[in-house]
Design a protein around this ligand. Sequence first.
Ligand code: ADP
Length: 274
Amino acid sequence: MDIIFKDVEHRYHTNTPFERRALYNVNVSIASGSYVAIIGHTGSGKSTLLQHLNGLLQPTDGTVHVGDQIITNAKKSKHLKPLRKKVGIVFQFPEHQLFEETVEKDICFGPMNFGIPEEQAKKMARELLSLVGLPEEVLTKSPFELSGGQMRRVAIAGVLAMEPEVIVLDEPTAGLDPRGRKEIMEMFYRLHQEKQLTTILVTHSMEDAARYADEIIVMHRGTVLKKGTPKEIFREPNTLLEIGLDVPETILFQKKLEEKFGITITSPCLTVEE
Ligand code: ADP
């Protein structure tokens, strides 16, 4: 499913004194099966953009094409139910959305709501638990007995249970320790590779953007400032520094970039740490 934003504008609280333009002139496409990272300062519109992908938000102007589904201002959300299945969003701190008595019920909730028989949903839940790196005995536990990292994995399994064609990850590793972060990022990368799952990652980590993404979209003040391969984006780190992004400064990262993409960063803005 290709995704295309055409002249998208989004305003919150239209026609009220609180009206706020969060997106404007957004023209960008995401190819089916690609892995795209979205970077940008807080408030640049990343989260607003993401929520258009499954119709949680609709553009106040312009159109969003997700496969053959077109989201416009006129579409009412009930028409968008099939899209909710095709596009899975892992919001920040997804564990806050767990609510069932057991892990199994939580993972099965979405599929059963879409008419998957209970036994089939339970089988899926067991498989997904293993995929997200949790033991089977967790199934019968209350999600609230688990550690924060384990709860995160259960919530991710719940999104994957819908078998989405596109997965949207909004800072999926926020608050996890470095090991947990790496495990989760590697798991999503495997899924992307094995199932050609279109993956859209919002991240503050330039390392993750460089390591996993085929393309990077840079958001700034409600619009797309730049889109390109990691090589194209990191070749000009000044653009990122000028908009206040935290470009990694360590020589280690520069080396990694050189090894992976053959780029040498010589920007005077980058200081070198031993
Ligand atoms: P990001 O995800 O990059 O931090 P957001 O999409 O959350 O950016 O926000 C973009 C702009 O929209 C910001 O100015 C923010 O204050 C505003 N905004 C976001 N959500 C709402 C909302 N529910 N009501 C009003 N304004 C909002």
